[in-house]
Each structure stands twice: as structure tokens, then as C-alpha cells.
Ligand binder design. Structure first.
Ligand code: NOJ
Length: 560
């Protein structure tokens, strides 16, 4: 956003300068439109609902919204299957509504970052409708087709991420098309220059409407080579991203965040390193995968291992110390509610929610808040598979039941990790359906909405919302929070996460108890000291003492 734009800023070692961009001090807020606010009683959130709730986002102090897809879509994957990139799904509103949202948000200093879903389209996109009807039309090559294998079956045995084979046969053309996700999400053939030009043009069209950037869905898949069975970070990825930068992004002060499930500390700076001219930052998932079973995946619960989690988190702090930038998050629309997953959503919910926020918002990078996180919303705990809506959970249920897994066992895993937990409606008040809709919500509202809702939280002097607001303001005001170097403390500690941020001669020390038990630690001298409390979940702390006692899930930061 050009009004918040660049100015030189001293780097932590004061020896060099980095160019400050508007998003260096901003906090993002992800809206999953279907579940945020319903203005017309059809049980589904919409764009006018979002406009009505902009004051909530202003109160929180956020700088930009990452808006999950609102484009025209058959909604097989709730909008991550787009049938028209230049139109809005009628259930969410119209293009006029979208323009009103962009303008109304901008008036409040909030940018709208659109979701760019271009690894695949919907199978109902006009391109695919033509592509599947004839081999000799230009659009046929916009998708990835292969002839049947020697036995007449699929070209290989690749499996799709949402279950089933990754190849689907189309008799009209006598070929199989590739879909990394569901058959309703055919992968686009990025090796076709005309397809790339279409995408660039569409991106410019949105940027010209005044959006503040793009979050790029599974962008690390676009360089794939299906014949070599190289899907993630394939050979064409970085040339394609550089071309996109040249054709679309260069000269525009916008934010780009790429989603990558495969990026590692070895490849991270290829996307977002200084002088790379690709993206500004990536969403990477190493800290999230720590919570998954190594063989059985996300639907098999695995006990949380703080030491491994810290290793993942701080390896990215180390990577982006001198170059690149990091996107900080614990939650999104694909993940469980963070307070349920990493802390405690019962007795210590408030302390746990604040503790996770303290940690994330005081690291170096751009933090993202997922809707409802700012009031400590929790997982839903469904008992039956028919309460779930997500195709991933439903498909994996079918597959695993066929393999002999007991339904209750699967539901236990799904209750920890299904994507639907983050998709239950936003809880605004204790009115019916949490104030989300006057109709019947598309997915059940979490029954705890009477106790956990925005109105209730705002009325509490010690609220989770207030804690978030303080943290978000700190990033805007405090140079150490925005730019300081990070050093992990107590790396081997299985109960406490601690780190220090340093800028010039000043430092901030952050402590977080990840357990429901009191913790006592003897600290080395170079960590302790007197200073000023910046943020705290329990008593104010103006000192880090040699012997530190932390209450269950307590967190604080002190500037020394
Ligand atoms: C990642 C998105 O975050 C997820 O919701 C979606 O299902 C897949 N990409 C496919 O678009």
C-alpha cells in the first residue's frame, strides 16, 4: 500500500540498511469468508458481512486481510476451485461488493490480499470445459494431459492429496488429466506460455482494482514435472516466479506470500531472498508438521514435542536473520485451532491463547491472525463423521475405514487435526448461532459460543483480544520487535520456550510456559536484568530474575 511505503531503516547490526516496507510492521488477518459474517441469512458468510465487521479489524490494529477465495466456484473445496478468476461467487456477493470492500478497507489503512489459486482451476472453468472436449483447441494444453499407460490405465500410480488417483480419464479426448488435489481441481499446465500470460493478465487486473497483494496457494507446485514425478519445487518453479515478478509485480508496492508445504531452510531464500525478485515471504509448515504422525499423517494424533517445535520455528528465525523475511502463523483454514492444539482449551484457555500470541507476535517476521484466534476460539469436537464438511476429512475417512481403521479412532484424529475446526463460524456474540447468521449455518457453530465470543471477550478487562491488540501495536511502535535479531534461549527445555530479540544495545526477552504446570528455571546472567514490562499474561514483570517462576501457560516480554 503506497501510503505506508518504504523508508530506510537501520538493520540490527547498524552496519547496513534495510529498506522498510509497509508490511514489515503490519499484522495480517485471515478471513475465511464462508465462516466470517453472514449478512443475508443464507447460512454462509459474505462480502457485505466482512464490510460490516471492518471496525473489529481496525480495533485490533491489523494492517491487511488475507481473504481466502471469494471467486466464482462450484465450491468443491470451498472456493479453492475457481471457475472464473474475474468474478465473485454469488453466495459471497458481487464485483461491486468486492470493490466496496477494497475501498472501505483502504480507508481504514487495511489492504486486501487476495488468494491466488493458480496451481489448478475448477473443472468447471471455461478453459477446462473446452480442454476436455477436444484436443485441438488452445485450452487443451492449459492442462496436463497424458495418454493411458501401457495397460490402458493411468500413466502412473500417483495419488491425489485428497485421496484417490491423481489422474482422471476423459473419454472425449482419450487422455488422462493430472490433478494434485481432487478431480474437480485439474492442474494448470504452467509450461504453456499462453496460460502464464493469461494468469499474469488476471493478476494485473486485480491489482489495478486496488488490492494490496496476493497469497499464492500451493505456489511451490507450479514448476512440476509430472513425468519425472517431481511435484513440489520442480525444475521450472523459480523461473516462473521470476517471470511473474517481471510481468506483474515489479514496480508495485504490494505484498506476496507464497504457500509451500515443501520449502525448507535449504530452499527458503530462493523464494524471498534479497535480489531474488520472486516473493516477499513464504508460509512454510515445518513447525506444523511436527505435530503430525510421520507415517500416518495428520489424522493420527501425535503428542506435542516442544523441543522439535522450537527447532523448526527458530531455524527459520536463523535463516531470515540477514536476508529474506518470514510469515509467522500457527493457524489457518487448513489447521486446527491453535489453543486446542498447542495449549489448553479448557481450564487454561485464556492464558494458553495469550501465551501462543506472545510467542508468535514477538518473533521476527509478519504475523498472521486467523479469524477467531484473537478471542481464543477452540476446536469443535464433533462426534460423528456427518458433522464434518471438508472433502479432505470425508475422503480420508472413506479410505481409512476401507483399510480397517475404526470410525471412532479416525474421529479422534479428526477432532485434533481436521480442517473443519477452523471453519466453524466466527463467534461474535451469545445470540443464536453466535451472531454469525440468522439462518442455518453451513457447518455447526461450536456450542461454546455462549462463553467464547467477541462481545464477551471485549467486555473482559483482561481479554485475549486486548493482549493481541497490545502485541500488534508493539510491532508498529517498537523497532526491536520489528527488526531485532532473534536468539533462542533454553533450546533443550521441553516445557518453556524463550528467546531474546536484539537491536543495537537494546534487547527484549520473552518467556512462555507451554505446560499446565508451574515451572521454575535458573537463568544465566546474560539473560537476566531489570527493565520494563512490555506485555504479560499474569502479573506485570519489569525484571527477568536469576530464578524465574512461571505460572501454567504464563508468558511475558520484558525490554532490558
Ligand atoms: C491449500 C489451501 O490452503 C487449501 O485449503 C486447499 O484445499 C489446497 N491448497 C488446494 O487449493
Amino acid at each position: 500500500m503506497s501510503d505506508l511505503t518504504t523508508r530506510p531503516h537501520p538493520a540490527p547490526d547498524a552496519a547496513s540498511e534495510i529498506t522498510e516496507r509497509w508490511w514489515h510492521r503490519a499484522t495480517g488477518y485471515q478471513i475465511y469468508p464462508r465462516s466470517f459474517a453472514d449478512s443475508n441469512g443464507d447460512g454462509m458468510g459474505d462480502i457485505p458481512g466482512i464490510i460490516a465487521k471492518l471496525p473489529h479489524l481496525s480495533d485490533l490494529g491489523i494492517g491487511f486481510v488475507w481473504l481466502s477465495p471469494v471467486y466464482a466456484s462450484p465450491m468443491v473445496d470451498n472456493g479453492y476451485d475457481i471457475s472464473d478468476y474475474r468474478n465473485i461467487a454469488p453466495e459471497f456477493g458481487t464485483l461491486d461488493d468486492m470493490d466496496r470492500l477494497i475501498a472501505a478497507a483502504r480507508e481504514r489503512g487495511i489492504g486486501i490480499v487476495m488468494d491466488l489459486v493458480v496451481n489448478h482451476s475448477s473443472s468447471l472453468h471455461a478453459w477446462f470445459c473446452k480442454a476436455r472436449a477436444a484436443r485441438d483447441c488452445p485450452e487443451h494444453d492449459y492442462y496436463i494431459w497424458r495418454d493411458p499407460g501401457p495397460e490402458g490405465g493411468p500413466p502412473d500410480d500417483a495419488r491425489a492429496a485428497f485421496g484417490g488417483p491423481a489422474w482422471t480419464y476423459v473419454p472425449e479426448v482419450g487422455q488422462y488429466y493430472f490433478h494434485y488435489f481432487s478431480p474437480a481441481q485439474p492442474d494448470l499446465n504452467w509450461q504453456n506460455p499462453a496460460l502464464r500470460a493469461e494468469i499474469h493478465d488476471m493478476m494485473r487486473w486485480w491489482l489495478d482494482r486496488g488490492i494490496a497483494g496476493f497469497r499464492m496457494d500451493v505456489i511451490s507446485l507450479i514448476g512440476k514435472d509430472v513425468d519425472a514425478r517431481l511435484y513440489e519445487e520442480g525444475p521450472h518453479l523459480h523461473p516462473f516466479l521470476q517471470e511473474m515478478h517481471r510481468e506483474v509485480l515489479a514496480g508495485r508496492d504490494v505484498l506476496t506470500i507464497g504457500e509451500s508445504w515443501s520449502v525448507s531452510t535449504e530452499t527458503g531464500l530462493l523464494y524471498c531472498g534479497r535480489d531474488r525478485d520472486e516473493l516477499d515471504m513464504v508460509f512454510e509448515f515445518s513447525h506444523i508438521r511436527e505435530g503430525w504422525h510421520p507415517e500416518l499423517g495428520k489424522f493420527a494424533p501425535k503428542p506435542f514435542d516442544l523441543v522439535a517445535f522450537k527447532r523448526a520455528l527458530f531455524s527459520w528465525q536463523d535463516l531470515t536473520r540477514e536476508d529474506g523475511w518470514h510469515a509467522l502463523f500457527l493457524s489457518n483454514h487448513d489447521l486446527p485451532r491453535q489453543v486446542s492444539f498447542y495449549a489448553d482449551d479448557q481450564q487454561f484457555r485464556r492464558a494458553g491463547a495469550k501465551m501462543l500470541a506472545t510467542v508468535l507476535h514477538l518473533l521476527k517476521g509478519t504475523p498472521f491472525v486467523y479469524q477467531g484466534e484473537e478471542i481464543g476460539m477452540t476446536n469443535a469436537r464433533f462426534d460423528r463423521i456427518d458433522q464434518y464438511r471438508d472433502l479432505e476429512t470425508l475422503n480420508h475417512f472413506e479410505e481409512q475405514i476401507a483399510l480397517g481403521v475404526e470410525p471412532e479412532v479416525f474421529i479422534t484424529g479428526a477432532n485434533r487435526n481436521s480442517r473443519d475446526h477452523s471453519r466453524t463460524p466466527m463467534q461474535w456474540s451469545d445470540a443464536p448461532n453466535g451472531g454469525f447468521t440468522t439462518g442455518t449455518p453451513w457447518i455447526e457453530v461450536n456450542p461454546n459460543f455462549c462463553d467464547i465470543n467477541v462481545a464477551q471477550d471485549l467486555g473482559d478487562p483482561d481479554s485475549i483480544f486486548t493482549h493481541y491488540r497490545r502485541l500488534i501495536a508493539l510491532r508498529q511502535q517498537n523497532d526491536i520487535v520489528a527488526f531485532g535479531h532473534t536468539r533462542q534461549l533454553l533450546a533443550a527445555d521441553a516445557g518453556v520456550l524463550a528467546f531474546e530479540r536484539r537491536l543495537g544495545g537494546r534487547r527484549i526477552v520473552v518467556f512462555a510456559n507451554f505446560t499446565p504446570h508451574p515451572q521454575r528455571r535458573d537463568l544465566p546472567e546474560d539473560v537476566t536484568g531489570r527493565g520494563e514490562a512490555l506485555v504479560h499474561s499474569h502479573a506485570r514483570r519489569d525484571e527477568v530474575p536469576g530464578q524465574l517462576d512461571l505460572a501454567p501457560f504464563e508468558s511475558f516480554a520484558c525490554q532490558i
